[in-house]
Ligand binder design. Structure first.
Ligand code: MG
Ligand code: MG
Length: 284
């Protein structure tokens, strides 16, 4: 889950020790396996609420706590364990009784707290009848995530990550980077500093140092950068109601190369065995 650029909590940058990074890898492994389990369940006719219930059970069976459940202000806490954001919903969709359809795309975002540390990852799935223009949006967005991760190296800056996404998605592929939502630091809190926008200038912004852990999460729309929030206080839509894509990994900044703490391998394996879903790969 991204946060609005004002930020919600954290407000400090924390560098993790090697032991803490291994704790975060464990939390992210539960996230990653949960998303793989979700990928095995997705089919037309199943509801977001059913997926959410299965995910919550899976997380608790693995000794984790669903980090999104109850998140936010006391008067309107997030009700689900997953954010389930289909079609024009960018992020923060509330699991509902709506049944998935054969031409849906759906971003499923999972956060887990395990032994005091948080993991956070997301993947946008495509059902079997999704058309080529939307598949291209997913593939480009997915590729932009890995381009961003390449920049998560000691001595670079947040702007290098931001620029990598914007350059690829906007300038090369003419899509739109959502401005109002951003990636974030992650650790003992779900949202720590720094904010990690998906647009920006090379060489600008906070310095990245070894041990910083970031949730990098491009949110890319087909037709507009603008978004609006539902009256439910959570759901974020693309202003034009066109499709929106979102992929996320939790990544540790290291000296020579970023260390990706979450993995999509369980998802990709499950998609291969699920005829209701199309395979999505980062665009070459
Ligand atoms: Mg997330
Ligand atoms: Mg996140």
């Amino acid at each position: 889950m991204g946060i609005f650029s004002s930020g919600i909590e954290g407000k400090r940058v924390f560098y993790k020790t090697n032991d803490e990074i291994e704790m975060m890898r464990k939390a992210n492994l539960v996230v990653s396996k949960t998303l793989g389990h979700v990928a095995s369940l997705l089919r037309p006719g199943i509801t977001g609420a059913e997926i959410d219930k299965a995910a919550e059970e899976f997380i608790r069976d693995h000794k984790g706590r669903p980090a999104f459940k109850g998140y936010g202000d006391a008067d309107n806490p997030f009700p689900g364990s997953l954010c389930i954001s289909y079609n024009d919903i960018v992020v923060h969709g509330i699991p509902s009784k709506r049944e998935f359809k054969e031409d849906d795309i759906v971003s499923i975002d999972c956060g887990v707290e395990l032994e005091g540390f948080y993991g956070d990852a997301a993947f946008t799935f495509a059902f079997a009848n999704v058309g080529e223009p939307t598949m291209e949006l997913l593939s480009v967005t997915y590729a932009s995530l890995y381009r961003a991760i390449e920049q998560a190296v000691h001595g670079k800056r947040v702007g290098d990550i931001a620029f990598a996404v914007q350059e690829y998605c906007e300038r090369q592929h003419k899509y739109y980077v959502v401005r109002d939502l951003v990636g974030h630091g992650v650790g003992r809190s779900l949202h720590e500093d720094p904010e990690v926008p998906n647009y920006g200038k090379r060489g600008k912004g906070p310095l990245l140092l070894d041990g910083l852990v970031l949730a990098i999460e491009p949110m890319i729309n087909l037709g507009t950068r603008d978004v609006y929030q539902d009256e439910d206080g959570w759901t974020i839509h693309a202003r034009d109601r066109g499709p929106s894509a979102h992929y996320e990994h939790s990544v540790a900044v290291r000296k020579s190369k970023a260390d990706i703490l979450s993995t999509h391998e369980f998802i990709l394996e499950a998609i291969k065995n699920n005829k209701s879903l199309k395979e999505v790969y980062p665009k070459n």
